[in-house]
Design a protein around this ligand. Structure first.
Ligand SMILES: Cc1ncc(COP(=O)(O)O)c(C=O)c1O
Length: 373
C-alpha cells in the first residue's frame, strides 16, 4: 500500500473509499467538545467506521470507551487494546455468550445491554460458572420497537437484579433510531424529547435505588445537540458524525434547514467513467456492490457540476446523468461521490485512503468490516 502514499487521490484505482484527514479530525473534535461542554461523556459508535485506527483517535480525543453493535467487533477492539466497550445489542445465543465471556476475561470493563429476564438469568449463571462479574445496561425501547423493554416495565425488570450475584446493573441505554433522520430540527427535537422522557424518568428512579447505576447512554448524530439537553443522559453513543453521508446531510440542522452542517462529509467514494456511448449519461464502475443503496441518493461531490446525478445501474455499475448540453465526462475520468449511507457502504471495503490536501497520506484498514456476528 505504501506505493500510493503521496499520490493525488484522483490517481487511485476505483472504486475506493477516501477519507479526508482534516475533516475527520474536526468532526471527532467537535463531537467531543459538544459532549464535554454539555457535561456528558462520549462513547462513540464504531458500527459506522469499523476501523480500529479511528476508534483509537476517538479515545485519544477523550471518549470514555467505544460502542459496538456486535461481539465480534468488541473482540477486534479489545485485541487492539481499546477498553470501555459497550455492546449496544443483546447477547443471547450460547455461542455468542461464550465469546462474550472470552471478551470479559480480557476486559472486565466490557458492558452489554439486556432486555429480557431469561437472558439476564442465563448471563448471570454463565458468569458465575467462570467466576466472572460484569456490568450491564437495561435497553429501554423508546419507540424504535427493535430491541429494548418498555419504559413502564423497566423498574420491575431492574428489581430482579437483586437476585443476581454476577450481573451488575450499571444503567440504561435508550436509542431512538426512528428519530435520527427526521427532517427539520424543531420536529426532530420535539419527537426526541417526547420519546426520551420516559427513559429519563426510569433512569432518575434507578439512580436513587441502585448505587452502581450511573450510565444513561443514548443519542445518535441526528439528535446529538438535542439529547445533550436532557439532564439525565450521561453519555452519547453517536456514530455517523465521524464521516457523514447523503442521508444525514438532508435532515437540516438547528441553523440550516436545508443541510445538516454540524459535521462535514469526510468520506467520499471515487468511481471512474468506464463507458460513454449513451445520450445523457455515462457509466461508472461503482454499483450496488460498492455503494450501499439506502436512504438518499449519492451526491456528486466533484467535479462540481450541479447538473450531474448518480443512480445505481446494477451490481457493478452506476449511471451519471448530466445535462445533454454539457460536455460528456471523459472516459476514465473520476467522479467523487458522497455515499448514501456510510455504515453499510464502509462495510463493503477493506481500507480507507486517507488524504490531506487531496494527496494520500495514509491507508487505514477497515479491520472490523464483515464482523457481523
Ligand atoms: C444502538 C445504536 N446506537 C447508536 C447509533 C449511532 O447512530 P448515528 O449513526 O445516527 O450517530 C446507532 C446507529 O444505527 C445504533 O443502532
Amino acid at each position: 500500500m505504501n506505493q500510493v502514499i503521496g499520490k493525488h487521490k484522483l490517481e487511485l484505482d476505483t472504486p475506493c473509499l477516501v477519507l479526508d484527514f482534516e475533516i475527520l479530525e474536526k468532526n471527532l473534535a467537535r463531537m467531543q467538545q459538544i459532549a464535554r461542554s454539555a457535561g456528558k461523556n462520549l462513547r462513540p459508535h464504531a458500527k459506522t467506521h469499523k476501523c480500529s485506527v479511528i476508534a483509537r483517535k476517538q479515545m485519544e480525543a477523550g471518549a470514555v470507551g467505544i460502542s459496538v453493535a456486535k461481539i465480534s467487533e468488541a473482540e477486534a477492539l479489545i485485541e487492539k487494546g481499546i477498553r470501555g466497550i459497550l455492546v449496544t445489542a443483546p447477547v443471547v445465543s450460547p455461542p455468542k455468550i461464550e465469546r462474550y465471556l472470552g471478551c470479559l476475561q480480557r476486559d472486565s470493563s466490557l458492558l452489554v445491554v439486556i432486555d429480557d429476564l431469561d437472558n439476564a438469568r442465563s448471563l448471570d449463571q454463565s458468569l458465575k460458572k467462570r467466576d466472572l462479574g460484569a456490568g450491564v445496561l437495561i435497553d429501554i425501547d423508546v419507540g424504535l420497537q427493535r430491541t429494548g423493554i418498555a419504559p413502564g416495565k423497566a423498574l420491575e425488570f431492574a428489581s430482579s437484579f437483586a437476585g443476581f450475584t454476577s450481573l451488575h446493573l450499571k444503567g440504561i441505554q435508550a436509542y431512538a433510531g426512528q428519530v435520527q433522520h427526521i427532517k427539520g430540527h424543531e420536529e426532530r427535537r420535539r419527537e426526541s424529547m417526547e420519546k426520551m422522557r420516559p427513559a429519563a424518568k426510569v433512569f432518575a428512579k434507578l439512580r436513587t435505588e441502585w448505587r452502581e447505576c450511573q450510565i444513561f447512554s443514548g443519542a445518535g448524530t441526528g439528535t446529538h445537540d438535542i439529547d445533550t439537553g436532557i439532564p439525565e443522559i450521561t453519555e452519547l453513543q453517536t456514530g455517523s458524525y465521524t464521516v457523514m453521508d447523503a442521508e444525514y446531510l438532508a435532515i437540516g440542522s438547528a441553523k440550516n434547514p436545508l443541510t445538516f452542517d454540524a459535521f462535514q462529509p469526510a468520506l467520499t467514494i471515487l468511481t471512474a467513467v468506464v463507458s460513454r456511448n449513451q445520450k445523457g449519461f455515462v457509466t461508472v464502475d461503482a454499483g450496488l456492490k460498492a455503494i450501499y443503496r439506502d436512504g438518499a441518493n449519492p451526491i456528486v461531490f466533484s467535479p462540481k457540476k450541479e447538473d450531474m446525478n448518480y443512480d445505481w445501474f446494477g451490481d457493478e455499475y452506476g449511471r451519471i446523468r448530466y445535462e445533454e448540453s454539457a460536455e460528456t465526462p471523459r472516459l476514465g475520468s473520476i467522479i467523487e461521490l458522497i455515499v448514501s449511507h456510510c455504515d453499510p457502504t464502509i462495510n463493503l471495503f477493506d481500507r480507507f485512503y486517507v488524504t490531506q490536501n487531496e494527496k494520500v497520506i495514509d491507508v487505514w484498514e477497515i479491520d472490523l468490516r464483515g464482523r457481523c456476528q
